[in-house]
Design a protein around this ligand. Structure first.
Ligand code: GCB
Length: 597
């Protein structure tokens, strides 16, 4: 599903703005015909989360209805008309003029419907969306998980199986767009480097088999051209770039790729992409970018801000990328779900190395097998939707197919260091997700964020071991020396049994901005700095550690529990309103190149 574009052959109309909204706590909307249009509404912003906008929507779990109207320009008469939602959390059902057009389950990823047969081209069209956010154990991510599961956030409200607020609503832009018939329906770019020549392989698809494609790749210094005739709608072009300017964090150079589709001797469609020429590979226990070893330095993040919730917030995306640059970071993980496409465009331009994660957080393996199978099906859909959306971003260097799947006996594994085999269906679950990612994209490594005590066989099918570790915070509080010794010994063990690069994908301590103490006490800015100092020193001392991501870039809203003062996870190097804590200055002193002079 290509990101909508506007050019001579394509057009779009962003439907964002103030829409009508109504809660449906009794779930009576469909019976009462609200899908044809409803009254007694109140205004809501699209995109945004509904939670922070009214007192009674704050922790509302259930159904909310949205509606707006739009008209079709007369110039769109001959085209394929689509309606695209960047993300709706969690379930969406869509009607136009009272006709059902489709539904989608799962937040954080785009979906679209063809509207050509449903719209009224003469007058206004009523668009109604029913959004529902029930927290259920069979969903991804899961909620309301039965008590037998390990869940450190067990007594949280709302009852998520993960540590962030279950914000709901139409979270990203709603775009009405038209594409010509025939059109370019998909493009995949792969780049490689052979003998200092950059190879750019372009594989495009068209909705019509009788077409050809013309491409041009432009840089500041050259223009390369190529063409292909369709083989059943598939079009392949390879370009060779001599002396290519390679994409990297220090020089995130983007080439402009323009593609035009011709049908019966006439250009009928065009599409362009900014692409980076780069390679990423694993050799031994190192990650190589363009043939050079790299170390990931950065953060886990969240899409989170006051008022907008998880709703798309472009100024905040720009600011976050700038703050990460200021700190000297070169990498981040989209914990714990795919971020907006605009975020990845920023990462491409700034040169961030992104670990792109699916929404598979809070996975557990107890209970009903049928339910576990359902979760696996949903996770597989999400892997496929994620890769199809993000495959062309040079910034995306690795897929993460889950965060912290918990084996049933995790606590025993953590504390008694058992390495007994785990039930094989759990291994198959993770192996399937990693294999899916590799089958869909063999140009990027695959991983998932594991925890201390993760069964070693779960790591067999990943290329890089990512490890979330909280020694000194949830365990061995105030005993940083002991925590680091234990971690060091554990890392050596994981490395000697896997031989793979290891990235510390989370480490952090909750810190109340402005709370200071000497000696360092829990929650003080000094304790956070001291913990990070020791972890960074450890990372530098082990050559198989290929990077470290601090948890988390900025404080974020989570569910209510005794562990989360004021409903915030406060492990941020920055506060929720993006002011630096001492930790941000400390990381900057370690990560950024000292300015000369
Ligand atoms: C983790 C989770 C992350 C939490 C974090 C914490 O391991 O991956 O979602 O927010 O710990 O702060 O407890």
């Amino acid at each position: 599903m290509l990101y909508p574009q506007q050019n001579k052959y394509r057009d779009l109309y962003v439907l964002d703005g103030i829409w009508d909204f109504r809660l449906d706590p009794e779930n009576v909307g469909v019976d009462h015909g609200w899908h044809e249009g409803f009254m007694e509404s109140r205004p809501i912003a699209v995109p945004s989360s509904w939670n922070e906008l009214y007192p009674d929507t704050y922790d509302f779990i259930g159904v909310g209805w949205y509606q707006t109207v739009f008209s079709i320009p007369t110039s769109w008469s001959q085209d394929d008309i689509r309606l695209r939602f960047g993300s709706v959390t969690y379930g969406a059902t869509v009607w136009i003029n009272g006709h059902f057009v489709g539904s989608h389950e799962g937040g954080n990823l785009p979906f679209e419907f063809c509207l050509t047969d449903h719209i009224d081209r003469e007058s206004g069209n009523k668009l109604v969306v029913r959004v529902e956010n029930e927290l259920r154990p069979d969903r991804v991510p899961p909620g309301n998980v039965p008590k037998q599961s390990l869940n450190i956030f067990m007594s949280n409200t709302p009852a998520t199986n993960y540590d962030f607020f279950p914000y709901s609503g139409i979270h990203r832009s709603v775009i009405l767009y038209r594409i010509p018939i025939p059109s370019i329906s998909d493009v995949t770019i792969r780049t490689s480097i052979i003998d200092e020549v950059g190879l750019v392989d372009i594989r495009a698809f068209s909705s019509d088999p009788d077409v050809d494609l013309f491409v041009s790749l432009q840089s500041d210094s050259c223009v390369l051209q190529g063409s292909a005739v369709s083989a059943n709608g598939e079009l392949n072009v390879s370009l060779e770039v001599n002396d290519p300017r390679l994409w990297s964090p220090s020089d995130p150079y983007l080439y402009q790729l323009n593609m035009s589709l011709n049908h019966q001797g006439k250009t009928v469609d065009s599409y362009s992409l900014e692409i980076g020429i780069r390679t990423i590979e694993i050799r031994g226990h190192e990650i190589y970018l363009n043939g050079e070893p790299i170390e990931l330095k950065g953060f886990g993040r969240h899409e989170d801000s006051s008022v907008s919730g998880r709703g798309q917030n472009l100024p905040l995306s720009v600011k976050d990328h700038n703050l990460m640059k200021w700190v000297g970071a070169n990498s981040y993980r989209t914990a714990h779900y795919p971020y907006s496409e605009e975020d990845l465009f920023l990462a491409d331009k700034h040169g961030f190395l992104v670990v792109d994660e699916t929404p598979a957080v809070g996975l557990f393996f107890e209970g009903d097998r049928g339910q576990i199978e359902d979760r696996l099906t949903k996770c597989r859909e999400q892997v496929s939707e994620l890769i199809s959306r993000d495959k062309n971003h040079p910034s995306v260097i690795m897929w993460s197919v889950a965060n912290e799947p918990f084996p049933p006996d995790l606590m025993t594994r953590i504390f008694s260091e058992i390495e007994e085999p785990v039930e094989s269906f759990t291994t198959e679950f993770l192996t399937t997700l990693a294999s899916d990612a590799k089958n869909l994209d063999d140009t990027r490594p695959v991983s998932f964020a594991a925890v201390h005590g993760t069964p070693l066989e779960w790591l067999e099918n990943v290329d890089v071991v990512m490890l979330n570790t909280y020694g000194g915070w949830y365990f061995d509080q105030l005993n940083l020396g002991g925590a680091i010794d234990k971690l060091s010994e554990y890392l050596d063990r994981v490395h000697s049994s896997t031989g793979k690069p290891i990235v510390i994908s989370e480490v952090g301590a909750d810190t109340i901005s402005g709370f200071h103490s000497v000696p360092e006490e829990l929650y003080s800015e000094e304790y956070q700095v001291e913990m990070l100092r020791r972890y960074l020193d450890l990372a530098e001392s082990k050559d198989f550690l290929a990077g470290l991501h601090v948890w988390v870039m900025a404080d974020f809203r989570t569910t209510h529990s005794l562990m989360r003062i004021g409903g915030l996870n406060r492990k941020g190097a920055f506060t929720r309103d993006r002011q630096p804590k001492m930790a941000a200055h400390f990381l900057r002193s370690r990560w950024s190149v000292a300015p000369s002079g």
